[in-house]
Design a protein around this ligand. Structure first.
Ligand code: GLN
Length: 484
């Protein structure tokens, strides 16, 4: 039953082909059997999951169950969960148990889902390979020598290895779309402000956004229906009408204008990936879409602007981890300075420290205008590029990543090479736009993704176009070799 999509599982539960308890036990058994090798979970919660499954079975029997009731999912370990530890992939929060649920966790609880546990991730969501987690790297189910992508690598690997039906994730510069691409999944990051950030541990607050990783676009639509809510507890939450993303899945592609930015097909893109992406765009043309070449002239400035803004915001956000209020505290501090210094030195890993140093530098007097303000100006230009493009096209398509998943350690000694991994995904976050990745073929026997970017609040359109592609192709049905 783990091969079924969420949509099929929901139907199976209603037709009593299996119970939620059976389904949950099946996933728990798989986690126990396979995750020792993959390392996609940081915490597994079997007792709580089975209790939720029992409650879901009762609701299903009573006929009072919503569409996701009884479906097992797992949360990225960046979302606070009451009573269950939330590590954010860091030693700093190794023993942190949140006294409250993140809003999106609460939304899923109310929908009656079963939560299998908390998923591995790059430390504080900083990374593109899931190699910076304090809890060890996550393996890509398609090739255990390769990374699953980051920072939501645990979310992607767990869904791809059929250890959970779906997963929550976050995307600050590509962390949903990039692992979706590397693990052969559908991943969507909504418009900034669409999903609540309350209880989602902050990395770069003006860029962070929650989303989901699933096998199909229809599953993503179902999960998005619960993820999205207006939240007065998040001051950047948008009070816009809620949509049923299932409703528009069947809308035909014909009449859609797709923009293909020339800048997304330049140097650095693997020729094989480019060919797969082009074939996918051709598929849309066959379905009646109009294809238009466009330009996003400031694309090459997205990575440099992001790597000023994101570290600047992270240096402010992470100052709360001081060893006093919560999180790791060093033993026997000499004085207050020593407490701060050693708690932070011991609690944070190298990449997090690098970002804090860069961000603190960029924000310091004398450099603020030269770096931070300049980066914000560039951000505005990037947003304008998209505004101009969306005056002419409905959606933008291109590659999600430059290549399929790379080997562990391949970029380890070169942070800039790692930062360039998100070259096609980062501009979307800077502009606050929704982005989605769907599998569009295999290169070197590993999945690669097609990226769809829409104007603000075009989630329904992105899911619709992704679903239509999945009606005429089978890439989303491929599973990693050797999976039972
Ligand atoms: N790879 C990017 C970074 O390291 C983006 C991470 C993310 O989206 N959380 O910052």
């Amino acid at each position: 039953m783990h091969h079924l999509s969420i949509t099929e599982l929901a139907q199976g539960l209603r037709e009593k082909q299996f119970s939620s308890v059976e389904l949950t036990q099946n996933y728990l058994d798989r986690i126990q059997r396979l995750d020792g090798e993959l390392n996609s979970f940081i915490t597994v919660t079997p007792e709580a999951a089975l209790a939720q499954a029992e409650a879901a079975d009762a609701a299903l029997a009573a006929g009072s169950a919503g569409p996701l009731c009884g479906i097992p999912i797992a949360h990225k370990d960046i979302f606070c969960t009451e009573g269950i530890r939330t590590t954010c992939g860091s030693r700093m929060l190794e023993n942190f148990i949140s006294p409250y649920d993140a809003t999106i966790v609460k939304n899923y609880k109310q929908a009656g889902v079963v939560v299998l546990g908390k998923l591995n991730m790059d430390e504080f969501a900083m990374g593109s390979s899931n190699e910076t987690s304090y809890y060890g790297p996550v393996k890509n189910p398609w090739d255990h020598r390769c990374v699953p992508g980051g920072s939501s690598g645990g979310s992607a690997a767990a869904v791809a290895a059929l250890l959970t039906a779906g997963a929550t994730a976050t995307d600050t510069g590509g962390s949903i779309r990039q692992p979706a691409s590397h693990c052969g999944l559908t991943g969507i990051k909504p418009t900034y402000g669409r999903a609540s950030r309350y209880g989602m541990i902050a990395f770069a607050s003006s860029l962070d956004q929650a989303g989901v990783l699933t096998r199909t676009a229809a599953d993503a639509a179902l999960m998005m229906n619960t993820l999205i809510s207006f939240d007065p507890l998040d001051s950047t939450s948008v009070d816009a009408p809620l949509e049923d993303y299932n409703q528009s899945l069947a809308t035909p592609v014909a009449g859609t204008t797709i923009g293909v930015p020339q800048e997304y097909f330049g140097d650095g893109l693997s020729v094989e990936v480019a060919a797969k992406v082009q074939e996918a765009i051709d598929e849309y043309e066959k379905m009646g879409a109009k294809i238009k070449e466009i330009s996003l002239p400031h694309s090459n400035l997205a990575v440099p602007a992001y790597y000023v803004i994101a570290p600047a915001e992270c240096s402010a956000n992470l100052s709360r981890f001081d060893g006093v209020r919560y999180g790791h505290r060093c033993d026997n501090p000499k004085d207050l300075q020593d407490l701060y210094k050693r708690s932070r030195a011991e609690g944070f890993g190298d990449e997090v420290k690098r970002r804090i140093l860069v961000g603190t530098y960029a924000l310091s007097a004398g450099y603020f205008d030269a770096y931070y303000n300049k980066a914000q100006q560039v951000r505005r230009l990037i947003k304008q590029d998209f505004d101009e493009a969306f005056a002419e096209v409905d959606v933008i398509m291109g590659p999600t990543c430059t290549s399929p998943a790379f080997k562990f350690g391949a970029k380890g000694s070169d942070p800039v090479a790692m930062y360039l991994e998100d070259i096609y995904t980062i501009a979307t976050n800077l502009a606050g736009l929704p982005g989605l990745s769907i599998p569009c073929g295999l290169v070197d026997s590993k999945p690669v993704g097609l990226q769809l970017i829409g104007p603000a609040f075009a989630e329904a359109k992105l899911l619709n176009l992704a679903h239509q592609f999945q009606q005429v192709t089978d890439f989303h049905r491929l599973t990693a070799p050797g999976l039972d």
